[in-house]
Design a protein around this ligand. Structure first.
Ligand code: TXA
Ligand code: MG
Length: 324
């Protein structure tokens, strides 16, 4: 677990233009000083991410929004008050402190206040904004432990702050508040129902938008193994057929079939609660990769509450691969 001296070292690395991996409540981030264009450029390079895909700027609290965003509409204020610190990212008009490198050339910027003591301590010690995508290579599964980061990015990162496993496990919900009506650009840790309760109106979930959002590419959040989605009652049969065909099959076994015997290479019983499923999801996918599976058979949970974000990530993971 990160100590005060680690926080100081990490803040120093950010000031020196270095890259720091840090825990948030959602997933680990790969952070750079948001105002240092060269450091931001290194984030894209290390991730292998095209420079047109914008980063999220992390700040220590809504009271620090000045300079990072141009104005704060009433809707944004309402959502920030209710959900920050927390797994909610707001897309607002870009303020003067944000270089275009961080927004991929956009005049809008994504901002959030993470709800993790280590992240907040880092932001406080550093004093500025930290531009950070998830600390994984472009297109792959986000890290939810410091070991995931070390395994995937290793020496490319100047400092890894260890804050234990992430509580939420899927990324933040991204809400665009620049238009007349807010809309969800990516479902995540704050539920659609929770947002609607605060706003008092239904929210659209835009699976495509005018900006290019990496999470909206067909294959994203993907393990090495190919992911196949079937109805829950077909998971066991589908796994057995694929295993007989010579695949090393990994199974995400739905809770209602937890006791079913499965002929497969590796089986993970999906937790009954969606919060526990979200927390474990990326770790399960990594585990099945590590155990040598080349095919993962899974089903979608009900798309309500955190189930919406889980289903979104599973669909992305099952999307067509660019190499095919
Ligand atoms: O939970 C999270 O959001 C984590 C932690 C580290 O905070 N971060 C994360 O970052 O998931 P990343 O880069 O993997 O995903 C950020 C998403 C991308 O899909 C990006 O396109 C979108 O935010 N985004 C950033 N700026 C945007 C903007 N101005 N307009 C629309 N989408 C934007
Ligand atoms: Mg990401």
């Amino acid at each position: 677990m990160a100590r005060t001296s680690d926080i100081e070292k990490a803040a120093g690395a950010l000031r020196a233009g270095g890259l720091v991996a840090f825990p948030t409540e959602t997933v680990y981030g790969l952070g750079a000083n948001a105002e240092n264009s060269a450091a931001v450029a290194r984030v894209f390079q290390v991730k292998g991410r095209p420079p047109t895909h914008p980063l999220i700027v992390h700040i220590g609290g809504a009271e620090h929004l000045g300079g990072w965003v141009e104005d704060v509409p009433a809707t944004a204020r309402l959502l920030a008050e209710r959900f920050w610190p927390g797994p909610l990212t707001l897309v607002l008009r870009r303020g003067r402190r944000v270089p275009l490198e961080a927004t991929g050339g956009l005049e809008t910027v994504a901002v959030r206040v993470p709800d993790h003591p280590v992240a907040l301590a880092l932001l406080s010690a550093f004093g500025g904004g930290v531009a950070a995508p998830s600390a994984n290579r472009f297109g792959s599964v986000s890290p939810t432990t410091a070991n995931h980061v070390r395994a995937e990015l290793g020496d490319a990162v100047d400092f890894v702050l260890d804050g234990g496993p992430c509580e939420v496990g899927v990324e933040s919900t991204i809400v665009d508040v620049t238009g007349d009506t807010p809309s969800i650009l990516r479902p995540g840790g704050v539920t659609r129902e929770g947002l609607e309760a605060v706003l008092g109106c239904p929210l659209a979930v835009h699976s495509t938008s005018r900006v290019r959002v990496p999470g909206q590419h067909p294959s994203h959040y993907a393990p090495r193994a190919r992911v196949v989605l079937v109805e829950p009652e077909k998971v066991v049969a589908e796994a057995e057929i694929a295993q007989e065909l010579g695949h090393q099959v990994g199974v995400l076994l739905p809770p209602s079939f937890a006791d079913a015997p499965v002929k497969a290479h590796a089986v993970v019983a999906v937790p009954g609660s969606t919060a526990a499923y979200a927390r474990g999801l990326y770790g399960f996918l990594r585990e099945l990769d590590q155990r040598g599976c080349d095919l993962v058979v899974a089903s979608l949970p009900m798309e309500e509450g955190l189930g919406l974000a889980i289903a979104n990530r599973l669909r992305r993971a099952a999307g067509p691969r660019s190499s095919e």
